[in-house]
Design a protein. Structure first.
Length: 98
């Protein structure tokens, strides 16, 4: 298991003892939890397509994009070159797309 429930937090933060996990799903994407949320909400949208669901989906994805950018800035600050290299060899959320 690469992500323990005890490590989940509402507010992103990087502790001094944190290590950069690059195995499991993190080998291919940096934010697998966000990937699953996007896939789930996209599935909800497809279950009953409407313009307002599309708007909500786009707002949700944009919100996650902002959160991802904030978290990545924290991780670059903490792990420096190691995280920058990790960014260069993995996708953010969807392999080969984003």
């Amino acid at each position: 298991m690469v992500m323990r429930v005890s490590k989940l937090r509402v507010q992103p933060e990087v502790h001094d003892q944190s290590i950069l996990v690059i195995n499991g799903p993190y080998k291919w994407i940096r934010h697998p939890m966000y990937s699953s949320l996007i896939l789930f909400t996209f599935g909800l949208f497809l279950s009953s397509v409407s313009w307002w669901r599309l708007v909500l989906l786009l707002i949700f994805i944009d919100n996650l994009r902002l959160k991802i950018n904030y978290e990545e800035a924290l991780l670059v600050k903490h792990f420096q070159k190691k995280y920058i290299h990790y960014q260069q060899v993995t996708s953010k959320v969807i392999p080969l797309i984003w």
